[in-house]
Write a new protein. Structure first.
Lengths: 431, 319
């Protein structure tokens, strides 16, 4: 008896302790008027800057040895503490930090995470906070800028941009009797058996996520969602989208796509396969050049526009944005640092290491700085961002899984995309 | 439960007969609690509190950021879990893992234990070697197995394809469901076999050699001696190992996360990796918590069944 009572009391105590706080009590920071952060104010103090610049290339070195010192020189008394986070770990680290209210002042975030972080209420709406936002954003490309928009406000400024083009191995193509890089979906279909006869693959795709898939859909005249990004029914499962995915399914069946597309560990990575001549083409961003040149100095990688289907060649915009968090105690300094990262000076310094500038004014200079940028700069003119939705991580996972099933031949393409739409639309409807 | 009555209860530990004075009596009453306090406090802090908090979260559409409001949604997360095909697929996968690894570890562990129980040169060395995987880090060996089972250039495919020519193409081990699970099971068995071996070995050492000798004199061969003398003698140990391995099997996580990431297309997902994904990739902490309680219910039911088997066996042994 006595024991039972003691147990009950203990349980009640624990449950009582747990029941405290379901959030919302802290007074809703989002309702506070946005603090104005005008330019040119004298700033001092210390801010922390999280980024996922690659340590392999010269990106981190350039940031820490040139960009940040230049900023600190212009603003005596101000200090920026950079923290390198591996790209794969950054999303989770940001989310955990958001939950634990321990975000740094400034983050270089992948543009696809900005709406999600904005929805969590941890980002300063820069379009409201910066009186000179129009001026700053006006210098950048529209595609990358649009990815920062969430519910009518911009929560970040684009920092660097990129896209993917078709990269090819000339000698592999020639050996199979294929003349030049495939320009259309039909070219890909036609070249597949010729390369397969030599046990080579016409095209290497590493995954079935939106980043990989959307260029095929767009370049065939398909869409993933409506303009408002509120539904995918009739778009992602529309005729043109189904056709685009069918191309990949058919290529896989014809041994034109290596097992790399099945995901997981195992198959030869795209860059290695391309350099070794096993894969005739792949679709990748500009960051692939430095490591490939380092590892395969004899291999001359070439770039061409993304192949087109029933529409013009349209690739996908990637890149990063700079965001300021509501947790920052030095918002004025954080804003000033963000402005600095967008100056031609900082942009050019980072462009030397493989980061394509978002400034329209520098677009001409990019190809001169690095000849391999040329096809990318051209592709960027028509490249589009992935749908901006806070649910992107989940939407992407659903899409990736269904297309994976289609490529494995377990489900017909139309059925797979119908299923993806059925799962994605409730997420988009939540906004 | 039939706890022996003779034991002195925690409450009222003072011996009867000498009527103690009120003051000293109270002191003796409090003493055991003082000893219990650190343990109980620690238990509350690291087990009970997170557990009850997680139970609470499971009834909410939980907001990750404390400043945002969480919405109470009752049993919605649980209903969603019951209807989630992917969750049940992950349960089926852990079932496959159990069906393969539990008998695998027991059979091989027993085999090694019997071998190493015999007088063998360098017996100590072999015991250490077979136990070594148990003490290595899961992360390290999971990555190692991932490289072994790599499609292009992995050691397993090299042996099967390039050396023995048993297959005409590289097997995409970790890129499809059944071979992926097989690879993970292989790691599970390899890593766990040393543990069951040691437990069996300890039990086998305790089997009376007189009984074995008597059986030998009666004309029993080695196999008959094992089945009729040793095995019944270590029956309780065998059951203990089974229970522990099943509980451990449900906790399979690191190997899946590192070797297949639950892929391709979620086909090798196990409950723990699926929950992890819901919580830390999709920020759906409410749903992840609900799934963890659904899993707990399943494990509780299985443990309940095992407990009964155990008890029946104990009674049977006494008779």
């Amino acid at each position: 008896m006595k024991r039972t009572r003691a147990l009950t009391v203990a349980t009640a105590l624990i449950l009582g302790a747990a029941a405290c706080g379901t959030g919302g009590g802290a007074g809703g920071q989002s309702k506070d008027p946005v603090e104005k952060l005008p330019p040119g104010k004298k700033v001092s103090g210390e801010i922390t800057f999280w980024h996922a610049y690659g340590a392999g290339g010269n990106e981190v070195k350039q940031l820490e040895k040139k960009v940040i010192p230049a900023f600190e020189k212009e603003h005596p008394g101000a200090k920026v503490k950079p923290v390198t986070v591996q790209y794969d770990k950054l999303h989770q680290k940001l989310v955990t930090a958001a939950a634990g209210q321990s975000l740094p002042d400034v983050v270089r975030s992948d543009l696809i995470w900005v709406p999600e972080l904005a929805e969590l209420g941890v980002l300063v709406p820069l379009s409201e906070a910066l009186p000179d936002f129009k001026k700053l954003s006006g210098q950048t490309f529209e595609g990358p800028l649009a990815t920062n928009l969430y519910k009518g406000k911009h929560y970040g400024l684009p920092l660097d941009t990129n896209t993917k083009v078709l990269l090819y191995n000339d000698s592999t193509l020639k050996a199979a009797g294929v003349d030049g890089p495939p320009k259309t979906f039909d070219d890909l279909r036609a070249a597949a058996p010729k390369l397969a006869a030599r046990k080579d693959f016409v095209l290497a795709e590493a995954d079935t996520s939106g980043w990989n898939l959307l260029p095929y859909i767009w370049s065939n005249g398909g869409e993933m969602t409506n303009k408002e990004i509120t539904k995918s029914d009739g778009y992602l499962n529309g005729e043109k989208s189904v056709e685009a995915v069918q191309l990949l399914v058919d290529l896989y069946k014809a041994k034109g796509l290596p097992k790399l597309v099945l995901g997981g560990a195992g198959a030869t990575p795209a860059a290695d396969g391309l350099a070794k001549g096993k894969y005739a083409t792949t679709v990748e961003g500009p960051w692939i050049y430095p490591p490939v040149q380092k590892q395969y100095p004899k291999f001359k990688m070439k770039g061409a526009p993304f192949p087109k289907g029933d529409a013009d060649s349209v690739s996908v915009v990637g890149g990063e944005s700079v965001v300021v968090t509501t947790a920052s105690k030095e918002k004025a300094l954080a804003a000033e640092f963000s402005r600095f990262l967008l100056t031609p000076k900082a942009q050019k310094l980072m462009a030397e290491t493989g980061q394509i500038s978002v400034l329209k004014s520098l677009s001409e200079e990019m190809s001169k700085l690095e000849p391999s940028y040329e096809p990318y700069m051209k592709q960027l003119e028509t490249a589009r961002p992935r749908p901006t939705t806070p649910a992107w991580t989940k939407v992407d996972e659903i899409l990736s899984k269904q297309v994976q099933l289609a490529i494995r031949g377990e489900v017909p393409v139309k059925k797979a995309l119908d299923e993806a739409v059925a799962q994605i639309d409730p997420l988009l409807a939540r906004g | 439960m039939d706890t022996p009555r003779k034991t002195v209860g925690l409450l009222g530990g003072a011996p009867r007969g000498t009527p103690p004075r009120g003051k000293s009596r109270r002191r003796t009453d409090l003493t055991p609690y003082a000893f219990l306090l650190p343990g109980v406090a620690l238990f509350c802090l690291v087990v009970a509190y997170p557990l009850s908090r997680s139970l609470q979260i499971s009834f909410y559409d939980w907001a990750v950021v404390p400043t945002q409001e969480s919405r109470f949604i009752g049993f919605d997360n649980y209903l969603r879990g019951l209807q989630d095909g992917q969750f049940w697929l992950s349960m089926a996968n852990v079932g496959v893992y159990l069906v393969v690894t539990v008998p695998g570890q027991i059979a091989i562990g027993m085999f090694l234990a019997v071998l190493l129980d015999a007088r063998l040169p360098a017996r100590g060395l072999f015991r250490v070697l077979f136990y070594l995987p148990v003490v290595t880090s899961w992360v390290v060996v999971a990555l190692l197995f991932k490289y072994l089972f790599t499609t292009d250039g992995g050691a397993i495919n090299w042996v099967l394809h390039d050396m023995l020519h048993l297959v005409d193409h590289n097997v995409p081990w970790l890129q499809q469901r059944w071979t992926g699970l097989l690879a993970v099971c292989a790691l599970g068995i390899w890593k766990g076999v040393g543990w069951s071996m040691v437990i069996f070995l300890a039990a086998l050492t305790g089997v009376s050699s007189e009984l074995k000798d008597a059986a030998a004199i009666d004309g029993a061969n080695a196999w008959q001696r094992f089945v009729n003398v040793s095995l019944p003698a270590i029956r309780r140990t065998l059951l203990f190992v089974i229970v522990m391995l099943i509980i451990g099997g449900f906790n399979v996580f690191i190997s899946i996360l590192l070797m297949t990431e639950g892929g391709p297309a979620g086909s090798t997902e196990v409950p723990l990796t699926y929950m992890y994904k819901q919580a830390f990739d999709f920020l759906d902490f409410g749903y992840a918590s609900a799934l963890s309680f659904l899993l707990a219910i399943v494990i509780a039911v299985i443990s309940f069944v095992q407990f009964h088997l155990f008890r029946d066996d104990a009674i049977g042994a006494r008779r």
